[in-house]
Design a protein around this ligand. Sequence first.
Ligand code: URA
Length: 190
Amino acid sequence: TKTRLSREEKRSLFIELFREVAVCQRCPLHTGRHKAVFGAGNVDASVFVIGEAPGFSEDQKGLPFVGKAGELLTKMMQAISLSRHEDLFISNIVKCRPPENRDPATDEAQTCLPYLEKQISIVQPRAILLLGRVAAHTLLQETDSIKSLQNHVFHYKNIPLMVTYHPAALLRNASLKKVPGKPCSDFVPC
Ligand code: URA
């Protein structure tokens, strides 16, 4: 049983961590970044969403999921009545953009992981959503496909956690949006 932090305590812990991430040089990804992408949303969010890495637009703006994949993520969340600014905090496995948007290397992900772990411990979300293979493999140490990981509830430090496709993958292959064997419902937009 962990003590709940107040919104003000969360805010001040986040400001401190944000300053650290902004000047981080722990891995080679810092050399190519324009801006580190700390994450955005509500410090007191009930759902913590984790993507892979900043892309071009995110690196320019210093904000997560602001491009095409971000637009789809916003719609996916709206479909289950979650607002990006109220219900979610959105972050990534690595805070700096990898060259040519390649996948983050395992050592880069591991080096950056303490920042994410600290973010989760500050937000104290009720649930965690992992977007895509890199997030799933890093946080769950699972190497299975998203297809086999989705629709299961896992736990991360006692917090219920689910995995789904990365919105960028859904943009490349719309047929992944269909959940096999499940009819469309309020929770599964068609
Ligand atoms: N894709 C991600 O995984 N994260 C972002 O912030 C943007 C695109």
